[in-house]
Design a protein around this ligand. Structure first.
Ligand code: S3P
Length: 208
């Protein structure tokens, strides 16, 4: 990857562009970039911040970013909600599996998966084979607060988000736990989460 650190990192650290932050990110970036040659997949429940954090991570590393839900929407010519309405959840999952398999064949990128994608055993196996995986973790109260900002998730439509997310967290935790890195995405801002990811990647790359 070409080195566009100063600009990319300066943007990535907005709005907390204090010197300490900048220095940590910059240092991490330099060491990370040398050893990261595989797609990094972000997994976790709805509302945890996979897309927002993923975009910032991509910017910090100067890598491309893709969101699996957006790619499924492009492929289907419909929104996720419309796909659920027209083909049911099973139809959505089938499309999601194919699109993710295609994305994992592409050159390295930061890839945010929809919350249910990693539950599919084929997708999980493919991610383990071809990518690095990061589970963004948050408690249900934080997730409920964050999902309240958008009304585009069919699994939450006309339901109690707290009840749905509690059930999904319990059901999905064993699969999510298979991710290579587990990162706290609840305590503090998305910027803090990004810093934790960069630290973890950096620690991993210096250990190997
Ligand atoms: C889903 C999460 C959504 C989207 C779909 C199903 C899930 O993505 O893929 O509504 O099963 O958790 P986000 O996690 O990006 O909201």
């Amino acid at each position: 990857m070409q080195d566009k650190c100063p600009t990319a990192i300066a943007q990535a650290t907005e709005p907390n562009r204090d010197c300490g932050d900048f220095q940590t990110l910059y240092t991490n970036h330099m060491t990370c970039n040398a050893s990261l040659d595989r797609t990094i997949v972000l997994i976790g429940l709805m509302g945890v911040g996979k897309t927002t954090v993923g975009r910032r991570l991509a910017q910090a590393l100067d890598w491309p970013f893709k969101d699996a839900d957006e790619e499924v929407e492009k492929a289907a010519g419909r929104t996720v909600s419309e796909i659920f309405d027209d083909f049911g959840e099973a139809g959505f999952r089938e499309g999601e599996r194919k699109v993710i398999a295609r994305l994992l064949e592409q050159p390295p990128m930061i890839l945010a998966l929809g919350g249910g994608a990693f539950m599919d055993p084929e997708t999980r196996a493919l991610v383990k084979d071809k990518a690095r995986s990061i589970w963004l973790q948050a408690d249900v109260a934080t997730l409920v607060q964050r999902v309240g900002r958008r009304d585009t998730r069919p699994l939450l439509r006309q339901k109690d988000p707290h009840a749905v997310l509690t059930e999904l967290l319990e059901k999905r935790t064993p699969a999510y736990a298979e991710a290579e890195l587990h990162i706290d995405a609840a305590g503090g801002s998305h910027q803090k989460t990004l810093n934790r990811i960069l630290d973890a990647l950096n620690a991993g790359s210096s250990a190997s």
